[in-house]
Design a protein around this ligand. Structure first.
Ligand code: FAD
Length: 433
């Protein structure tokens, strides 16, 4: 019986483990092992809602061990440090408890086929001070750290403002990068600031004293969308009181300010870096071909170039589609690649001839709880279908439901949707702890 090891239980890896476990693990035709550094899965496109306090992690996460038990695969927790490709095994770091005590020593897991679904990490592009002074949104602890800093910052500034209302005290949040992550976070934060004012958590005017700025290097926000949608998104953000600065290249980050290439300095209580991603450092140490973002070069069947036992998918893979060009780091790409690999790995010998074909189903960006903008797949009269407002927001929320359906099936997804709907109505709109 062959052993298939998948490293990374994110948007692509967990779906692949679930599909392979259902088809091969349960039938006893393969041992499927999922490895992740965390005990539970959180769908990354929702991280901005965690950072703004709109959502808490516990109600959203999926325990890997429970998913493994239900779907015929095994889960091994640990941080993978490297791969011995000759011996066909992955090396895991010792697993330490919160107090530093060793729970499990360093270990190795052997494989016949290895799938790397490691995702991506923030790319600072070498900007001085960025790595030292900014917060990022790569995982749950980082999003929770941001939420805590945001709430604490509002409370502190509120106390100063209450003591001296004329002094202009407030909190300055600078978001570097006007792509989907930056835009979605800015909109959610603006709504959370209003809710926190309503709850009397802070004494600030949520528009005048909670000053949110997006600094974007290009001439438009959301460069992957049509300029009309980019302008519509910018108008919406400005209507919420968010300052949108385009053609603004960040030159350096200081502890309490961000300085652009023209020398203008923007005060910052919290700086969030959302300007781009790259593959984790581990990818560059595997002896495989990688691009300048460290993404692993893969063949049309998603095999790593030069190693037919190793596959890569999602953000850590560099796949160029003959028609669509280089795939963007998107959950929908990771999802489609997981579906493809679930079929390829289930059929011995299929990897040599199978060809992954990416289908672009469009792109939607949330502008807070009530609005979104984006394009859908397909055209009307030769033009792409652009959507906005409440309809786009509803379609945006369906993306997560689709992810849940891939992991749990329709009935469980529907039950969870109902539970979320009830939860939203009976719990506070911003989670304070
Ligand atoms: C705030 C935000 C909003 C986004 N919005 C959208 C959106 O609206 N639409 C969209 O399509 N995409 C969106 N994205 C991008 C999307 O989240 C990613 O493209 C997608 O999650 C990539 O999936 P993946 O499986 O490659 O990796 P991930 O989902 O990132 O999963 C990687 C997994 O690997 C694990 N891992 C990494 N290294 C190791 C290691 N050494 N050892 C063990 N485990 C490891 C991690 O813990 C993680 O669980 C967004 C991203 C962010 C941050």
């Amino acid at each position: 019986m062959q052993t298939i090891v998948i490293v990374g239980g994110g948007a692509g890896g967990l779906e692949l483990a679930t599909r392979l476990g259902d088809s091969m693990g349960k039938a006893g035709s393969a041992r499927v092992i999922l490895v992740d550094r965390w005990p539970a899965h959180f769908w990354k496109p929702l991280l901005h809602t965690l950072a703004s306090g709109k959502r808490d992690a516990q109600g959203t996460e999926i325990d890997y061990a429970a998913q493994a038990c239900e779907h015929g695969f095994e889960f091994a927790r640990g941080e993978v440090l490297g791969v011995d490709r000759d011996a066909r095994c992955i090396r895991l770091a010792p697993w330490l408890a919160d107090d530093g005590a060793e729970v499990l020593p360093a270990r190795a897991i052997g494989y016949d086929k290895l799938v790397l679904a490691l995702g991506s990490v923030t790319n600072f592009f070498g900007v001085p001070g960025a790595a030292e002074h900014v917060l990022t949104l790569d995982d749950v602890p980082q999003a929770e750290a941001f939420r805590q800093r945001f709430i604490d910052g509002c409370i502190q500034a509120g106390a100063r403002h209450a003591a001296d209302p004329e002094a202009g005290h407030g909190i300055d949040i600078v978001i570097v990068g006007g792509g989907a992550t930056g835009v979605e976070l800015a909109a959610e934060l603006s709504h959370s600031a209003r809710t926190l004012a309503r709850y009397k958590v802070h004494a600030l005017d949520p528009v005048r004293n909670v000053r949110i700025r997006i600094l974007e290097r290009g001439s438009l926000l959301l460069p992957h969308l049509h300029p009309r949608l980019s302008k519509r998104a910018a108008r919406h953000l400005r209507s919420l009181g968010i300052k949108v600065l385009t053609d603004c290249a960040v030159a350096r980050v200081e502890p309490h300010a961000v300085v652009d290439s023209e020398g203008s300095s923007y005060p910052s209580t919290i700086t969030l870096w959302a300007a781009g991603v790259e593959a984790p450092a581990m990818c560059a140490g595997l002896g495989l071909t990688v691009n300048r973002l460290r993404q692993i070069a893969v063949t049309p069947s998603l095999q790593a170039v030069g190693d037919q036992n190793l596959f890569a998918l999602g953000d850590c893979a560099s796949f160029t589609c003959p028609i669509k060009g280089k795939l963007p780091p998107r959950a929908q790409a990771a999802h489609q690649q997981a579906m493809f690999l679930a079929q390829v790995l289930a059929r011995p010998g299929a990897a040599g001839s199978a060809v992954f074909a990416y289908r672009d189903y469009g792109s939607l960006v949330s502008l807070g709880p009530l609005a979104a903008v984006g394009v859908l797949s397909g055209t009307i009269g030769g033009r792409k279908v652009q959507v906005g407002g409440a309809l786009a927001r509803w379609l945006y929320s369906m993306m997560y439901r689709k992810h849940l359906m891939a992991l749990h099936g329709f009935a469980r997804m529907a039950a969870r949707t109902l539970a979320d709907w009830i939860g939203d109505r009976i719990s506070p709109s911003v989670k304070l702890h």
